[in-house]
Design a binder for this molecule. Sequence first.
Ligand code: BGC
Length: 722
Amino acid sequence: MENQQIEELLKQMTMDEKIGQLLQLTPPFFKGSSEHGKITGPLAQLKISDDIVKNTGSVLGASGAKEIRSIQEQHLKDNRLGIPLLFMADITHGYETIFPIPLAIGCSWDLNLAQKSAEIAAKEGAVSGTHVTFAPMVDLVRDPRWGRVMESTGEDSYLNSEFAKAQVKGFQGEDLKNDPNRLATCVKHFAAYGAPEGGRDYNTVNMSERQLRESYLPAYRAALDAGSKLVMTAFNTVDGIPATGNKKLMRDLLRDEWGFDGVVISDWGAVKELIPHGVAEDEREAAYKAIQAGVDIEMMTTCYPNHLKELIESGHVAEELLNEAALRILQLKNELGLFENPYRGLDEVQEKEVILSEEHREATRELASKSCVLLQNNYNILPINPSQKIALIGPFAESNDILGPWSWKGDKNAAITLRKGLEEKLGNNRLIVKKGCEIESITDEQLNHAMTAAEQADVIILALGEHSDMSGEAGSRSNIKLPDSQLKLVEKVHGLGKPTITVLFNGRPLDLHGVYDKTDAILEAWFPGTEGGRAITDILYGDVNPSGKLSMSFPYSVGQVPVYYNHYNTGRPQGAEDAQVRYVSQYLDIPNEALFPFGYGLSYTTFSYQNMKLSTDTITPDDKLEVSITVKNTGNIAGEETVQLYVRDLVGEVVRPVKELKGFEKIHLEPGEEKNVTFEITEEQLRYYHSDLSFESDEGTFEVYVGPNSCDVQSLPFRLIK
Ligand code: BGC
C-alpha cells in the first residue's frame, strides 16, 4: 500500500479499533489458535473479551506455519477492516537450528558469522510465519550474577555495537517487503537493562546520564542506525523512572533526539508494572504514563484497552498520540507487505525443508567452534591425540541441555551431545562415559563409577557446567562458582594426577577456582547450540584451532563484581610508582584483576606481535593516524588471531577509562606466516561525553595499545592537536 492509503485506513478506524492495534496477546486468546481458550493463571485475570481480541494488533510467541496461518485466517474474518495481525517472537540465537548463545557469539568476534546466524534464524522463523523478532538484545553487561548476560554480546560498547549492526543486517536484510525470508528486528531492552543493582534481575538501575550515554546507549543506537524497526522498553528504572513510563528517555531522547520513527513496544507486562514500581496509582495512570512516554504496543497487559479511550475522551490524553501510535504499527505492517500478503513468508513445504537443514547445521557448527574460548592449556595437553583412551565424565557428558535459554523452538533431541560428537570421531572402543554427578548433587556410587572410568583412561574430559535454568531471564545467582557436587568431582579426579581437560557448558562467566587450579585445560564452550558436541570435538582433536576471545571478563571471585577491563584508574591505583603498600585501591585478599580478562583466549599455535609503529605522533581533526603491527604465526599449525586495538585518553575533562576498544581485525595465518595489520585512528574516535554532555575530543596525549587481549598489549603515545 502507499503511505497515503495507510493514512486513509486509519481514518476509517474507530477509536476502539485503533486502541486494539496497540495491544499484543499470546495465541490462546485467538480463535484460530490450537491453544485457543487455554487461558490460565495471571492471563485469566486480564479478562479479555472477544471484542478486544478481534481488534488486537499483534501476537506474541505463536509458531509454525500451520498455526500462524490459522490464526491469521480467522482474524481476517473477525476484524471489521481486515487488518492483518503482526506475529512477533523471541528468535534470538536461532529458531529451530540453535546457534550458540549470544555471549558465546560475542566471543567469536566474527561479525560475518554473527550476521549469517541471524539470517538463518530469520529464514527459519519467516517460513514458519513470524514477522518480527525480539532481537537483538544489546544490553551492555558487567555483572555475571545477572543471568541475562548470556543474551548479550558482552561488556564492551564498541564490540556490542558492531554485533548489533551485524545482527540487524542478518535478520532484516535490505528490503523487508520484497524479501519474505527476513524478520523485522526489535532492539532491546531500552535502556540499560544490563546494569541491575547486585546483578538481580528486574532490579533498579542507577547511573548518571553521562555514563548511560557513554557506555550503555551506543549499541542501541547502532542497531537503530542499522535500521532496526522496533525498540523494546526495559523493565528497569532509568534515573528513577521506569523506562516504560519514561518520557525523557522514550520521547525526548529516542524519538526527538535520535529521530526514531519506528514502533516502541513495552516489555512483557511492563506497562502495568508502573504500579508496583510506584509511579502509577492504577492501570489508568499506567496507561497515561506509557502513552505519554511514547509506548506504542502494550505487551500482555490491558491498561490501554481498558483506559485509553476514557483518557482521550476526558481530554487527559491527546487523540493525536493514539493516532500516531496506531499509524506506526500500521506502517510496520505495510513495510512487511502484510496488506498485500497477510501470510508473508510462511510456507509449510519450505518449513520442512529449511529448518535444521544440513546447511544450517553446518553454519551453527562453525560458529559454535569459533565461539569456544580456550582458557587454559597447560603442557599443551590439547589437542588430544586420537589414539588415546578417553574417560568422558560429568553431568554434561551426554546432556542435550546445550541449547541454552531463549531457544524455545529448539529441539533438544536434535542436539548433538558431547558424547555423540566424540563417538563419531573415536567410535566406542576408546571412550568410556560416566556421569560422575548431577549438576547440583552427587552420590558415592556416581563418584566411584567415575573414578573407575578415570583410572582406565589416558585422558579425562570433564563436561561440567550450569543447567540452562541457572542463567537466562530471572536466572540471577549470588554464587557463580560451579555447584559443590561438580567441584567435588573435579577434586577427586585431580587426585589421580592424570591429564584432565574441562569443557564448560554455561551461560555466564564463572569463578573458576576449584577448576582452573585442578585441571590442565579449560575449554569454555558456553551453551553451544544444536551442533555443540561436534563443534567441541572439532576443537578437542585439533580439527579446528580455537580462536574465541572473551567478550566478558571472568572474575577472580564474585567479590570483585563488577569487574571489567575499561574501568577507571582511581586516584590511588595499585602498582603506581609512588603507591603505598596499603592505602591504594585494592582488596586485601584477592587481586584487582579478572582471572581471565576481556579479549583473552588461547590458540593451539602462538603469535608474536612486533614492530608496532604509528604513522605520526600527532593528529589533528583533519587527518588520521595509522597504527601498524606485524603479527606472525610462530607455531606449527595454522591459526586465527583477533588483533585488538585499544586507546586511552590520558587526561580528560572527566575521567577516561584505562583502555577502550577502538578496533579489531581477525586474521588467518599459516605456520611461519606474518601479516602487517593496520588500524586507523581519527579524531572522531577520540570523542567522549563531557560533564555538560557535549560529545567532543580534548587536545592532549593518548596512548594506543595493540595486542591479543586487553592485558597483554604494546603501546605508543600520540598527541591530538586541535
Ligand atoms: C523479556 C523479553 C522478551 C519478552 C517476550 C520478556 O520477559 O524480558 O526479552 O522479548 O519477554 O517474550
